[in-house]
Design a protein around this ligand. Structure first.
Ligand code: BTN
Length: 261
């Protein structure tokens, strides 16, 4: 890598906060939000010491992969938040698809995972603060994105296989963490513009075109129950519509989904 490659100029309106090591870029973005940091503050860390995943899990964060969080000050209702996760997942899936050798199968798994050959390569963690003065409205939202580039954690079990760009045969410039950040930052801005101008429709269609398991059997694990049904649709808010035998459909807004092998 030459020296210039270390100078990252993200397009306006991003404001880059770059650190070598931090507990979690999401935690830092939230701290910055609380202290008044502007919209589009983007925190990028080379490694995290306490990387966080969805549902209280940890996110292994050694150097060589991409860890960043974007702070958005959102004058939007809470229901829009879920939609933005799909904007990010589409950006990551598109960027990964361009890099992996031809024929590798990239898809998205509800809610916001990106898979290559059915192994997870990226995850997204969204954290939001409500506006105390305006019920139902957000004050800010942090979108945290982790992409496995040079390494991936060992599989916890067969339900959670992981992969990285390197493990998928990507080499050379394709493994440049900074280049991936630059690409994703730009693709996210483009997706956000589409979402603002045209709504969730095009985002949803783009996501559904690559959705794992659509129309097939799925197990949904919630905090207090496990449901077995058919992944019937993604609704207008981004909830998974679960078709259950002999019962009304259920809208799933949080949970883990599993597909039969
Ligand atoms: C998941 O469980 O799939 C979500 C993983 C999100 C990981 C990213 S890495 C950057 C940001 N900071 C964190 O602590 N988590 C997110």
């Amino acid at each position: 890598m030459n020296d210039d490659a270390h100078i990252l100029h993200l397009p306006s309106p991003y404001r880059l906060v770059e650190v070598e090591s931090i507990d979690s870029t999401n935690a830092e973005a939230k701290r910055l939000a609380e202290s008044g940091a502007p919209d589009y503050t983007l925190v990028w860390a080379k490694r995290q010491t306490a990387g966080r995943g969805r549902r209280g899990r940890s996110w292994v964060s050694s150097e060589g992969n991409l860890y960043f969080s974007i702070l958005l000050r959102m004058p939007y209702p809470i229901r829009d938040v879920m939609q933005l996760g799909f904007v990010v997942a589409n950006a990551v899936a598109d960027a990964v698809q361009v890099l992996v050798p031809r024929g590798a199968f990239v898809n998205v798994k509800w809610p916001n995972d990106v898979l290559v050959e059915n192994q997870k390569i990226a995850g997204i963690l969204m954290e939001a603060e409500m506006d105390a003065a305006k019920p139902g409205q957000l004050e800010w939202l942090v979108l945290g994105i982790g992409v496995n580039i040079n390494s991936h954690p060992a599989d916890i079990d067969s339900e959670h296989p992981a992969t990285s760009l390197a493990a998928q045969g990507v080499t050379g410039a394709g493994l440049d963490v900074q280049a991936m950040l630059d690409t994703l930052a730009k693709r996210f801005l483009a997706g956000l513009a589409t979402w603002r101008n045209l709504g969730f429709g095009p985002i949803r269609r783009h996501w559904l075109a690559r959705a794992k398991g659509l129309g097939g059997p799925v197990t949904v694990r919630l905090a207090d129950e496990t449901l077995h049904g058919i992944f019937a649709a993604l609704d207008e808010d981004g909830a998974l519509v679960l078709h259950l035998d002999g019962q009304p459909n259920r809208r799933i807004t949080a949970g883990d989904v599993f597909f039969p092998n």
